[in-house]
Ligand binder design. Structure first.
Ligand SMILES: [Zn+2]
Length: 60
């Protein structure tokens, strides 16, 4: 079962179409932080943001 995290559910841009997909939470977070850094200039990922992202991960 794959997992997915929609950037618009966590990130600063409600219109962002990016979806991180992977088998594990680590996979998803890696893609999400990579995307956030390059697409939204996010440089800091505090625990609150990581925890918020984890709660938004959906089973695909
Ligand atoms: Zn995004």
């Amino acid at each position: 079962m794959a997992k997915a995290l929609r950037c618009k559910h966590v990130g600063p841009d409600p219109d962002c179409q990016f979806v991180a997909q992977g088998e594990t939470e680590e996979d998803i977070l890696k893609q999400f932080t990579h995307h956030g850094t390059h697409a939204h200039n996010i440089t800091d990922y505090p625990d609150e943001l990581v925890q918020a992202a984890l709660t938004k991960i959906e089973e695909d």
